[in-house]
Write a new protein. Structure first.
Length: 246
């Protein structure tokens, strides 16, 4: 069902809201998406740029790609969609949880705190070999430079989750705990700006539905998993999220 313009979700003191965001939410901040119109993976070989095998084969190429993305993300500013989610969290407190697939850091910069970054962080660096802790890092590594771990001399890599890698199980547990904790509440699940093509994020809607959540999708183009949502609003998140969360 498409509803334009959408009604407000009527967040009240009985409501618990689980939100999933994807690259579309940052599109209005000037950041490219992956699969939508003009998406990165439409013209770039994701298997060479976003997989452990690609990194092992040409780490300098991978660092060039992520360095450019770091620079673009640092220049970008959060938009009205990010800010509407901060406001919703301010009103709902612990009855709010934001799960993002975005690695650009804009939700945190906007002020979101109850935030799980399931695909990691562009502005973080970790070792590809040892378990040295991730460190914040805004450096653009250019000219074929591949930074090395000061502990094991292994190659450092961006702290993003690549194709073929597992999500942190603690993150999925945290989502389960949230749904369990608020199962007696009026539970809402809202996905925004995500093509529904990447799992397990694309299946969160089913997890939430099984727990009795009412499900909403906001996306500019038809998402692969749109049929799993009860309510689908087609349009831009910078416009629709402030309306839905008003
Ligand atoms: P995608 O690029 O797959 O999907 C973005 C969706 O946002 C598309 O369906 C667009 O139509 C929609 N969109 C574009 N502009 C929008 C706007 N202003 N408002 C609302 N929707 C808009 O991005 P994700 O679903 O986030 O993984 O992709 C999932 C993962 O695949 C990413 O996290 C990334 C990628 O490979 C990693 O980096 C690990």
């Amino acid at each position: 069902m498409t509803e334009t313009p959408p009604p407000s979700l009527q967040l009240d003191d009985r409501t618990a809201l689980l939100v999933l965001t994807g690259a579309g939410v940052s599109a209005e901040s000037g950041l490219p998406t992956y699969r939508g119109t003009g998406g990165l993976w439409r013209s770039l070989p994701f298997e060479r740029l976003a997989s452990p095998e690609g990194f092992a084969g040409d780490p300098a190429l991978v660092w060039r790609f992520y360095s450019e993305r770091r620079e673009t993300a640092l220049r970008a500013e959060p938009n009205a969609g990010h800010r509407a989610l901060v406001e919703a969290e301010r009103r709902l407190g612990d009855r709010f949880l934001l799960v993002t697939q975005n690695v650009d850091g804009l939700h945190r910069r906007a002020g979101s705190e109850r935030l799980i970054e399931i695909h990691g962080r562009l502005l973080g660096t970790r070792c590809s070999r040892c378990d040295r802790e991730e460190v914040p890092d805004t450096t653009a590594y250019r000219e074929g430079h591949v930074p090395r771990c000061d502990r094991c001399r292994g190659m450092l890599r961006p702290a993003v989750v690549w194709f073929g890698e597992q999500l942190d199980p603690e993150h999925l547990d945290a989502v389960d705990r949230f749904l369990e904790r608020w199962r007696a509440a009026r539970l809402l699940f809202l996905a925004a700006g995500t093509s529904g093509a990447v799992w397990p994020a694309a299946g969160l809607v089913d997890v939430a539905r099984r727990r009795g959540a009412e499900t909403w999708l906001v996306n500019a183009e038809p998402a692969d998993n749109a049929g799993r949502f009860e309510h689908v609003c087609e349009g831009r998140s910078g416009t629709l999220l402030p309306l839905l969360l008003a």
